[in-house]
Design a protein around this ligand. Structure first.
Ligand code: GDP
Length: 342
């Protein structure tokens, strides 16, 4: 998400600046003038190189305060908002000091009494700059590490009404997202999942919606996850205005309905403010014979009260989305009971 340039080590940064400075020369009528101007040019090159490089990092990380809750929680989970702020603060401080020292050094070198003094002033400025940059060596290392994580924070417009698709693996979630999206869903990276998110768009009555498949996230019980993964799942709360929970009543996905129902109950608990819609997929397939239903099982919401669709043939998907999007648009007050589209 954040296109942060690769972060050098303190040593690399100083070396780069000094290499550039070595090439800077000064023209003049006499030796003193040439020496003064060369020193000024070299010191300015060091200040510019380090100043602009450090500024790039500070500006590349978006203001953490203005980051939407969804991304902010992920950044916090990955690198810690506090750590990142601290590192950026230190880097910005160093940039400021380097620019100031180089400005003062250049001014002094321009007034040097003799060539030896011009060189002495230049070396003194180099020394102070090196020691300043070395002071932020740990912050640069820390930012370099954070950069690796930050590129996995998805760049999703959280302002757009978003429907997140949940259900056991192989119930047909990604097929469903494909069926209801305009165009091909794109893959956005997501921390702690290798597959990322499948992000589709759709438009109804001039409003745009996102429909998001979350492979590896909303497809198995929380008890099977570690604390960090749980938080990565819970961050989706900031994204999901509504959840479409897909059942596979044919159980060809490999999970019995009872287990699928249990996952839905968990998701309801984890996403208390999201509207939750339930649908049954694979409507094109024969239902399995289920002879020995217990009394308890038959008291659960009967599958006939859920809309059956087929993500494969597209049957019922558009109609379902019409009803769901109408409900989302006229969003029921927060905390209202979950809706079921019948
Ligand atoms: P996900 O893991 O929940 O995202 O499931 P997929 O979308 O990858 O689908 C898993 C398998 O079920 C694939 O082989 C799909 O072709 C198949 N599938 C998905 N939806 C339907 C459907 O409506 N009918 C049938 N017959 N197969 C489906």
């Amino acid at each position: 998400m954040f296109p942060i340039p690769t972060v050098p080590t303190a040593q690399e940064l100083v070396d780069r600046a000094l290499r550039r400075a070595a090439k800077a020369t000064g023209k003049g009528q006499n030796r003193l003038e040439r020496a003064r101007r060369a020193s000024v040019a070299k010191i300015q090159t060091v200040g510019d190189t380090i100043g602009t490089t450090l500024k790039k990092y500070v500006e590349a990380v978006p203001s953490l305060e203005r980051l939407p809750e969804f991304q902010r929680e992920l950044v916090d989970l990955l690198v810690g908002v506090g750590t990142l702020k601290h590192d950026l603060g230190a880097i910005d401080w160093c940039r400021d000091q380097v620019v100031r020292i180089c400005r003062q050094g250049a001014r002094a070198a321009g007034r040097a009494k003799d060539p030896t003094e011009a060189t002495r002033i230049r070396k003194a400025a180099y020394g102070r700059v090196s020691s300043l940059v070395n002071q932020i060596a740990p912050n640069l290392l820390s930012l370099a590490k954070a950069r690796g994580h930050l590129v996995r924070v998805p760049d999703i417009d959280t302002e757009m009404p978003t429907i997140v698709v949940a259900g056991y693996p192989n119930v047909g979630k990604s097929q469903f997202v494909r069926a209801v999206s305009t165009g091909k869903p794109k893959v956005a990276p997501y921390p702690f999942t290798t597959q990322g998110l499948g992000v589709g768009h759709l438009e109804r009555r001039h409003r745009r919606y996102l429909v998001v498949d979350t492979p590896g996230l909303l497809d198995r019980p929380m008890a099977e996850r570690n604390a960090v993964e749980r938080q990565a799942v819970l961050a989706l709360r900031h994204l999901a205005d509504a959840i479409v929970f897909l059942f596979d009543p044919t159980e060809t996905c490999g999970a019995p309905m009872e287990i699928q129902e249990r996952l839905l109950a968990e998701i309801r608990e984890a996403f208390p403010t999201a509207m939750i819609f339930e649908i049954e997929n694979k409507g094109d397939l024969e239902m399995p014979a289920r002879p020995n239903k217990t009394v308890e099982a038959s008291m659960k919401p009967s599958s006939t009260s859920r809309r059956r669709v087929s993500a494969l043939t597209g049957e019922g998907c558009t109609e379902f989305m019409e009803t769901a999007l109408a409900a989302i648009t006229s969003r029921v007050p927060e905390g209202a009971p979950p809706l079921r589209v019948d």
